[in-house]
Design a binder for this molecule. Sequence first.
Ligand code: GDP
Ligand code: MG
Length: 239
Amino acid sequence: MCGSCGCGGADDGGHAHEHLHPAEHGGTVTLEQRVLAKNETLAERNRAWLAARSVTAVNLMSSPGAGKTTLLERTVGELSGRRPVAVVEGDQETMLDADRIRRAGCAVVQVNTGAGCHLDAEMMRGALTELSPVSGALILVENVGNLVCPAMFDLGEHSRVVIISVTEGTDKPLKYPYMFAAADLIVINKVDLLPYVDFDVDLCEKYARSVNPDVGVLTVSATAGTGMDRWYAWVAAQD
Ligand SMILES: Nc1nc2c(ncn2[C@@H]2O[C@H](COP(=O)(O)OP(=O)(O)O)[C@@H](O)[C@H]2O)c(=O)[nH]1
Ligand SMILES: [Mg+2]
């Protein structure tokens, strides 16, 4: 089990489940399965709720500081003129990211998970109810920053994006394979810093495809704006 929240997520890059011995840990396995099964039921309800309203939801996941909020600030500024956009902000504590998004100009709900290290389908449902998006809206979800537990919790979203920044190291897709395997798109951010860090974009892409052969990969700089048009095109294609 994930030590920080008891969410059922593995905390060693995804292999904890394989190391459980049912005779010793049978109760734990059953609890994990129940937690994830309940989440799956609620996620299916969210999916139906979104589909009935023609609302598209995209779930952004990354380690803390990879640039999720920065990417969202720029995206909200750019896309709000084209279609209704709203944001769900997940963090353990504070309204800081919600305040940033509100200043960028769109409706936002902050979900504080306390000790929890991921959003789940029930939290997503509460946020959707509060946002009450109009038909045709785009909901961008910033998940809690970590590369483990959020991968296990379906929110009922249409697609999942994993953001990795070039300051984190080329090997992250190999170390966190579950997260990268769950992605529909990988965004490599902070490419403006490439001249200053030891990061191999091609190798990172190769590692990502070793766990997720068909995954899309984009390179961007959320601060400089490089590559953002391809990101907007990808978002538009999710409807
Ligand atoms: N150089 C550079 N810094 C970035 C970029 N994107 C985000 N940052 C910085 O990285 C830090 C963390 O960004 P933030 O969006 O809060 O990350 P989050 O925790 O994933 O939401 C902030 O200081 C940002 O200004 C980028 O493309 N290039
Ligand atoms: Mg953030």
